[in-house]
Design a protein around this ligand. Structure first.
Ligand code: GTP
Length: 272
């Protein structure tokens, strides 16, 4: 890194077991800070032959599966070496990847040959992605949750407007306090969060982005239509997620009902 002046683009390759979320968090700076670099997106490459084995490996003591985490955080997932497996095995791998990350774009390659336009200038973390996100959110597959400790994607929609401070409380309880539990009493762990939401008195659609504890709510260039019903669509990727509970909590966020909240919080029992 001895070049003087600005770089056109920086591609950072992490080691095989690295947590891309930790690296991404370092570069995902607030646009208002005027940083010269911004986080464009996260790409994960999955080996067709060993991918499924790595993704389904149970880790001791409930530790997170690193391969699943890498897929969970990705905006683009490249399944490489497709020549080495049968269509049936490839299909199993695709299904597993989709159940972990229902939002990322999947590309399939041999020798990682991929058009640069598919992997550069993704704008996955800025407000421009709000436009393509809206399209994607319409077509998200329904995921049937596993009973194990796997990472899954859940998505839900709640009509109405939320007050900005209530939206912040909803997100902060999940990402910061980490005190939202599923029906079994397990703490929900959110790895990645994305959504298009409607904030009271804001004419523009807002995009919500989160990676671990970091999150951002930003205006998109798209305005709500005057006569159309406003709505909130959220996608959460993580462990122990329960769609019904999350949806109820978001309804409580919009309608400002306290009771719903207290059902799933146990303040005396802190999540690890
Ligand atoms: N058959 C086949 N072989 C491939 C393909 N892509 C890469 N390889 C070969 O696989 C071997 C290992 O390559 P990679 O898995 O890309 O190696 P790497 O990127 O250093 O692996 P990491 O340690 O995971 O970073 C090399 O001999 C490549 O030529 C492919 O699509 N098909």
């Amino acid at each position: 890194m001895q070049k003087k002046g600005k770089f056109d683009y920086i591609l950072l390759e992490t080691t095989g077991l690295a947590d891309p979320g930790a690296v991404a968090s370092m570069f995902w700076t607030d646009a208002e800070l005027g940083s010269d670099i911004y986080l464009d997106g996260i790409i994960t490459i999955v080996d067709s032959k060993y991918g499924l084995k790595h993704l389904t490996e149970e880790k001791p003591d409930g530790l997170i599966n690193e391969a699943s985490r890498q897929v969970a955080l990705a905006d683009i997932i490249i399944i490489n070496k497709t020549d080495l497996v049968s269509e049936e095995d490839l299909n199993k791998l695709r299904t597993r990847i989709r159940s972990v990350n229902g939002l990322g774009k999947i590309l399939e390659t041999q020798r990682s040959r991929v058009a640069l336009s598919n992997v550069l200038d993704l704008h996955a973390f800025d407000s421009l992605s709000g436009i393509s996100l809206q399209e994607k959110l319409q077509h998200l597959p329904t995921i049937h949750p596993h009973l194990d400790q796997s990472i899954i994607t859940v998505t839900f929609e709640v009509p109405g407007n939320a007050k900005e401070e209530n939206l912040n409380v909803f997100i902060q309880n999940l990402l910061w306090e980490k005190d939202v539990r599923n029906k079994d009493g397990d703490c929900m762990e959110v790895i990645r969060l994305k959504g298009l939401v409607s904030i009271k008195d804001k004419p523009q659609q807002m995009i919500v982005q989160g990676v671990y504890e970091l999150y951002d709510v930003e205006e998109t260039p798209v305005s709500w239509k005057e006569d159309a019903e406003r709505t909130n669509r959220l996608v959460l990727i993580g462990r122990n997620l329960d769609k019904d509970i999350l949806q109820q909590l978001f309804i409580a966020t919009v309608t400002e009902t306290e009771k719903q909240w207290t059902t799933y919080f146990k303040e005396d029992q802190v999540c690890p």
